[in-house]
Design a protein around this ligand. Structure first.
Ligand SMILES: NC(=O)c1ccc[n+]([C@@H]2O[C@H](COP(=O)([O-])OP(=O)(O)OC[C@H]3O[C@@H](n4cnc5c(N)ncnc54)[C@H](OP(=O)(O)O)[C@@H]3O)[C@@H](O)[C@H]2O)c1
Length: 336
């Protein structure tokens, strides 16, 4: 663990903490010797090394179960109706030093300019909304709720694509499983298109350690990592005989392939890809963000995936990802 020995132990409350990103926060916090409490409904077995408080935070008064404790840091991974963030931040504003809300770069209005920073326009949203059908508004509403309670003591981590062990969306797991199967693989071009991502563990380390506050884009630097890097790392760590066949965006579009969901991570060049894969992260880098090598993220995710039998957990409120076999076969049969 980088820097773990130099950390001062903190009292950390993690709202959530048992699936993917929250779980990474718990692991990183425990590794730093922090005193960790998690609050969730307890649908997964409690960990012996953290204090678990059970409750449904959408129910009135549920957070009262936390008693009168105070914390150095609250971490909130909520991704549904923002009112739950607003209520928690209001309740804890005098009992915690800082509120770390896991937000998203999706809060920006469309289309996003290339190399947009944190000051780019954001969508209209309400902190009191219980609706979460519009992801951008839900995340922006959560930011407003965190800011209402904590002001300049709120840190808004605007993540982009999050990958790493325990991923419960299935993007990197799908590529790993597909490439491990071997043979000709439809690879979405252009191969040198840049991508941005963050390993959940690096996001968590940054969120726990940084002294920064306010909104920060938290992904890898732009124009460094490419789609080819990602897929070749998958070939290498799975020790596969897969042969990547690079298809043009026009060819994939003509075949009706959905970017992002059917071929995860991939977005054809344009405004959508500028929004997801070409953001400015200079503030986060200056505030201490460290992105581990891509190969390490991919290898650790493969190791984890194999350890659970190759079937990645799937968030029920997200669309399952991956290219249907018949679509892939048709593309390979008809050629580039
Ligand atoms: N994946 C990406 O690429 C991406 C990109 C940008 C941003 N993000 C953001 O990253 C975050 C992902 O977080 P995660 O889901 O992995 O976090 P997590 O903290 O690991 O898991 C969600 C937690 O919420 C708890 N929970 C759910 N409903 C609850 C309720 N009603 N009351 C109390 N607790 C409840 C769950 O436990 P129980 O079920 O036991 O209650 C679980 O512990 C989200 O904010 C998402 O918007 C993701």
């Amino acid at each position: 663990m980088r820097d773990a020995g130099r950390m001062t132990a903190k009292r950390v409350l993690i709202l959530g903490g048992t699936e993917f990103v929250g779980h990474a926060f718990v692991d990183e916090a425990v590794a730093r010797g922090h005193d960790v409490t998690v609050f969730n409904r307890g649908t997964r077995p409690p960990r012996p090394d953290v204090t678990t408080v059970a409750g449904d935070r959408t129910a009135p008064g549920a957070l009262d179960a936390l008693g009168s404790d105070s914390w150095d840091l609250v971490v909130d991974t909520w991704s549904w109706g923002p009112k739950a963030v607003t209520d928690a931040a209001a309740l804890l504003s005098r009992r915690a030093e800082k509120y770390v809300y896991v937000s998203s770069r999706s809060v920006h209005t469309y289309p996003s300019a290339p190399y947009a920073g944190e000051d780019a326009p954001v969508v209209e949203a309400s902190a009191d909304d219980t609706d979460y059908s519009d992801y951008a508004r839900a995340k922006r509403g959560g930011e407003l709720g965190a800011l209402a309670g904590f002001g300049d003591r709120a840190l808004l981590l605007r993540a982009g694509l999050i990958i790493g062990p325990r991923e419960n969306i299935g993007r990197l797991p799908w590529w790993l499983n597909r490439i491990a199967r071997g043979g000709a693989v439809v690879a979405p071009g252009p191969a040198d298109a840049a991508i941005q991502y963050v390993d959940a563990r690096d996001l968590a380390a940054f969120g726990l350690d940084t002294a920064a506050a306010g909104p920060l884009n938290v992904v890898s630097p732009p124009d460094v990592t490419t789609m080819r890097d990602l897929l070749e790392a998958c070939v290498a760590v799975t020790d596969s005989d897969a042969e990547l066949r690079w298809f043009t965006p026009a060819r994939l579009e003509a075949a009706g392939v959905e970017p992002w969901t059917e071929l995860p991570v991939w977005i054809p060049p344009g405004a959508d890809s500028d929004g997801m894969h070409r953001g400015d992260v200079s503030r986060a880098l200056a505030a201490g963000l460290v992105i581990r090598p891509l190969r390490e993220t991919v290898a650790d995710t493969w190791e984890w995936l194999r350890s659970i039998g190759g079937v990645a957990p799937q968030r029920p409120d997200r669309v399952p990802v991956g290219l249907p076999v018949e679509k892939e076969n048709a593309l390979l049969r008809d050629g580039l």
